[in-house]
Design a protein around this ligand. Structure first.
Ligand code: FES
Length: 316
């Protein structure tokens, strides 16, 4: 029998619609205990239904430790997660969520330049609220939206203090990220979250920047092409002592499902960190956008991984 994936039990305590097509949900412990701590802009996986796990950024500040607040835009052409959130979740719904992961490491001294596209503002809302709570003003938000921005009320103080620059792409061209970043010199740290075209522009504009001064938050996985000619290999689960031959047509995730392994897959594109797993023998072929070279020596994002040898042994 499959081991249940460990989750934190929460209940939906509030739902509203701050903008058309965007729902904001507040999750809390059923008995109002404190929730596991998180960094500004960290992610949680929502376990929505069997096999339906989706990852969202927290948009409240970490000191707000009795609530997880998320904002979800309904993607009519998406994979079904946001539609489920919009149609099925209401006040009182019980929901299992993962421990928070990741988050933004803002700079204490340098200017933090946040660049957001539409709903991609959510991790920066959390970071801005966190900085303001600490009395810091070393941030600026450049925020492009088609029409009215979502969630402006959550950063009302930042607007009032002149720290937010809006771009309405329904009536003006998309802003030049290179021009925006150029004005801040060599000391600023820059963060970007938005649609793929914006992230590509950010990557190009910061290509020569050191890694510690730039950070990209992706919510759309890059296209991942399965290699139909990959050689089969044996997948071994070291703890449960199960094994299976992984053929290209089922892939690693399909093989893990067949073994009923305790791995949570959310984005299925190597960007969210949900399926992070320790490996013992391989080596794996890494295709994710999450792990550092050091982390890859022991860990793998199984949703997009392959194996370069005859056996892949995972520590599960
Ligand atoms: S499920 Fe998101 S990185 Fe694997």
């Amino acid at each position: 029998m499959a081991k249940p994936i460990k989750t934190v039990q929460t209940v939906v305590t509030a739902v509203d619609e701050p903008a058309r097509g965007v729902k904001r949900l507040v999750l809390a412990d059923p008995d109002d205990w404190e929730l596991p701590p998180f960094r500004p802009g960290a992610h949680i996986d929502l376990h929505l239904a069997k096999g339906l796990v989706r990852t969202y950024s927290l948009c409240n500040e970490p000191t707000d430790n009795r609530r997880y607040e998320i904002a979800v835009k309904c993607e009519a052409d998406g994979r079904g997660g946001s539609r489920f959130v919009h149609e099925e979740l209401r006040v009182g719904t019980a929901l299992g969520v993962s421990l928070p992961r990741g988050g933004l490491k803002t700079h204490d001294q340098a200017l933090n330049v946040f660049i957001a596209g539409g709903i991609g503002v959510t991790p920066f809302v959390s970071a801005i609220r966190d900085l303001r709570e600490k009395g810091r003003t070393n941030y600026v938000l450049h925020w492009a939206s088609s029409g009215h921005p979502v969630l402006p009320g959550m950063v009302a103080d930042a607007f009032a203090d002149g720290h937010v620059h809006l771009y309405n792409t329904a009536i003006e061209p998309r802003p030049s990220l290179a021009a925006i970043l150029k004005q801040y010199g060599d000391e600023a740290g820059a963060f970007c979250c938005g649609p793929t075209s914006m992230l590509d522009a950010f990557d190009a504009a910061t290509a020569s920047w050191p890694a510690e001064r730039k950070h990209v938050e992706r919510f759309t996985p890059p296209a991942f092409a399965r290699d139909d000619n990959a050689a089969p290999y044996t997948l071994v689960l070291a703890q449960s002592k199960k094994e299976i031959v992984v053929r290209p047509e089922i892939g690693l995730v399909g093989a893990l499902e067949e073994l009923e392994a305790d791995v949570s897959v959310s984005c299925a594109g190597g960007i969210c960190g949900s399926c992070r797993t320790r490996w013992l023998e391989g080596p794996p072929i890494h295709n994710d956008s999450v792990l550092s070279p050091m982390q890859r020596q022991h860990e793998v994002m199984v949703c997009v991984a392959g194996c370069a040898g005859p056996r892949l042994v995972l520590d599960i």
